[in-house]
Design a protein around this ligand. Structure first.
Ligand SMILES: [Zn+2]
Ligand SMILES: [Zn+2]
Length: 357
């Protein structure tokens, strides 16, 4: 739980009651601690930690129904990437928690319950119904949708933690180092700050809050991705921000890559207020050669996102060792390398090339 919980603190189970009137002194659920029930418990927790909400700031006009909103457009993007209505994603389903790639139907792929039907339809219309023309509003909407998914997922992870705590109140004694959720707590605070800026921009229809770089490739790729990164190092391995300085909120770079018609677009964006922090990075990204850009995306995507869809046949063209290298980035290889003092050069080609699938 990280910090000590005091009797008058709100209970870590998320009930809204004071700790002394809720889980204090409660015993752990015996079933929950039974290793034989691990899978069963895991599936139930995953299910129970789903949140249905509308993140749109204009709450008055929310329609009643929270829908499954696609974080990557279904009709435009998923349709072109799928085969027989299916795509692959590096997000395991609860019954196979360790699968590197999982098959998803288009209807369920990249879906999250973060918007009501009305707001999902009206807000995202400019990127849903129109071609990408790099307008300020379209760039904002792609970026905002990446943000919304990440924020929503972090909130669900928080709910998962609360459910685990309510089943196992003895966790109150856990230290920060032992707490697998301590990073998520900070991340939620960071994203809550981003949300304020996005909300204001949406309410005022002022989409000028972002600085962005758009790369355009003359080829429609068979994958798409949204994600973000709390960028620590620029391309020359100079520190951009210190994520261990908890007095400052982490600042994010949002990323979207998607094919449209005969092209592929990659959008990097961050808040204008961070232009100074990211200015060198901005210049470095802008000065890359075509092949370096591809390499960069190939390296970056598995590092920063699980919200990645790939055409199944395209993925199966990769050899096992290429798949393994891709997987190693998903499982944090770069972070481990950095901890050991080795810097991963993101402009160097990995063994796989997602652009050639
Ligand atoms: Zn409680
Ligand atoms: Zn709404």
């Amino acid at each position: 739980m990280g910090k000590k919980v005091y009797p008058n603190d709100s209970c870590p189970c998320g009930s809204g009651k004071k700790y002394k009137n809720c889980c204090k002194g409660k015993l752990d659920d015996v079933n929950f601690n039974n290793p034989l029930k691990l899978m069963e418990n895991y599936k139930k927790i995953r299910k129970d930690s789903k949140i249905k909400q509308c993140l749109h700031p204009d709450k008055e006009n929310c329609s009643e129904k929270i829908i499954g909103a696609h974080s990557i457009q279904n009709n435009k993007i998923l349709k072109t990437i799928s085969s027989n209505g299916m795509v692959f994603m590096p997000c395991p389903k609860p019954d196979k928690p360790f699968a590197p790639m999982t098959s998803y139907g288009r209807k369920e792929a990249t879906v999250f319950t973060g918007f009501c039907g009305y707001h999902d339809k009206t807000l995202f219309q400019p990127i849903e119904d129109r071609d990408f023309q790099k307008t300020e509003e379209q760039i904002f909407l792609f970026t905002y949708r990446s943000f919304a998914l990440e924020y929503h997922k972090k909130q669900e992870l928080q709910k998962m933690e609360q459910i685990i705590f309510s089943n196992k109140p003895s966790l109150v004694n856990m230290s920060d180092e032992e707490d697998p959720f301590s990073g998520n707590k900070l991340a939620i605070k960071d994203f809550a700050e981003d949300k304020k800026i996005f909300d204001k921009a949406i309410l005022e229809s002022d989409y000028s809050v972002l600085t962005s770089i758009i790369w355009e490739f003359d080829k429609a790729v068979k994958f798409a991705c949204t994600g973000f990164e709390a960028l620590q190092y620029d391309l020359k391995n100079i520190k951009v921000q210190d994520l261990l300085d908890f007095s400052k909120r982490a600042q994010h770079v949002y990323v979207c890559v998607f094919p449209e018609k005969e092209k592929t677009y990659c959008i990097f964006s961050w808040f204008k207020k961070n232009d100074k922090m990211f200015s060198t990075y901005f210049e470095q990204l802008n000065s890359l050669e075509e092949q370096q850009k591809r390499n960069f995306i190939n390296n970056l995507l598995p590092m920063i996102s699980e919200n990645l869809v790939v055409n199944p046949e395209a993925w199966d063209k990769l050899t096992q060792s290429q798949k393994d290298e891709f997987g190693s980035y998903i499982w944090g290889m770069e972070t481990i390398a950095q901890t050991m003092g080795v810097k991963v050069d993101r402009t160097k080609a990995p063994s796989y090339d997602l652009f050639e699938l």
